[in-house]
Ligand binder design. Sequence first.
Ligand code: 9WN
Length: 438
Amino acid sequence: MRVPVSDVGLGDRAADVLRGNDLGSMTAAAPRLYPHMWSWDSGLIAVGLARLSVPRAITELRTLLRAQWSTGMIPHIVFSEGDGYFPGPERWGTETAAAAPAAVRTSGICQPPVHALAVRRILDAGRAAGGETRDQAEASVRDTFGSWLAWHRWLATARDPDRRGLVEIHHGWESGMDNSPRWDRPYAAVVPGDDLPGFVRTDVHHVGDVRERPTDAEYGRYLWIVEQLRRVRYDDAAARDVVGFRVADVFMSAILAVASDELAGLGDEFGFADDAAELRELAARFRAGVLSTVSPVTGLARDLDRRSGRWIETETIAGFAPLFCGVDDGSQRALFWGERWCGHPALAHPLPPSVSPADPGMRPRTYWRGPVWPIVSWLFGWAFERQGDDDGARRLRAASLRQLAAGDFGEYYEPFTGEPLGSLQQSWTAAVTLDWLA
Ligand code: 9WN
């Protein structure tokens, strides 16, 4: 029995958050700020749902797959009927894209491929429950395996055309770490045209302090890229030519590597041996790609700006991509727990902030420029457990549950005070809490 008595109430509250944000067959990422389904959120939400109801977790992923494009891409937003989020479906205008689904409204870019981690978790939970639930979980793996494979293949071709083992992104939103300092230099080269249609932000109304969110100048660049992509109807090849932001994202590449291993394992079990072999090759290629980016000076992995050809030297959590995907020789693990990161003496909890607390540019309250994101801590805990580092996984779990104990389920947390920031009742924060408590 792993659940301490004091955490029982926390599990109930986390379940309430997921129920409260449930829109029927999809879960809103957050009650007000994000009233739609987001791709990587839904993967982690499904991990949490698997602890509450395996059939509901299966539904979540099926809803996401209904929005998959014919190219294999899984879009980063699947729009619900709700409104209040900008940019909404009209601004994205993906109905002109040949590959977009007809029946569902989506954005035109992607997010990190964490989904195979959820598929495995759902299968394990289904098998543990047994009976009809087990049958449903196994049938859903069999039915959806080809769709997940198509998603990974699309990333490995359209987004790694020269087979470097690094996923290229065309928008900071694709990384899931929107305004990380990783993207400052590439974004500096994105200059919105005079013909950028005007816009009114809604996000700033849903957080306590607008300074926690990206600036208006940042938003102008974000929307200019949407405009560039919309004008070429989100065609993959044309996008590479016109888009002002093209970066090889090292952390997304590491996620693709581990998720491809997960999918390969499922392929072996369900009789898709050739596909499993292809996925293992893909995992090896992206692991090698991740390793090729490590800075000899800092020991951290780097993103590569494909437009300027320059390495991006920032001290962010993404630098631990090799540790995450299991190609670390031990030095990154030491760095991770050391004083520049989780071992920094001023931290409220020994958890990895989005930017090193020792970096003078770190901004403890601003989104991806400093705060601790519980889902990031969960991803590293998941990876450590998989690598047999039970002690590392246990430390992240224990510190995270202390951080989450008040039950606000913040989107992100101030690293030095532990204050919840951004949206509260954020679905994926509640979901990973449930997984930690299971
Ligand atoms: C843009 C939903 C998403 C997360 C991202 C996070 C934030 C959106 C936004 O919210 O991004 O996609 O409007 O700020 O950065 O990781 O998936 O929770």
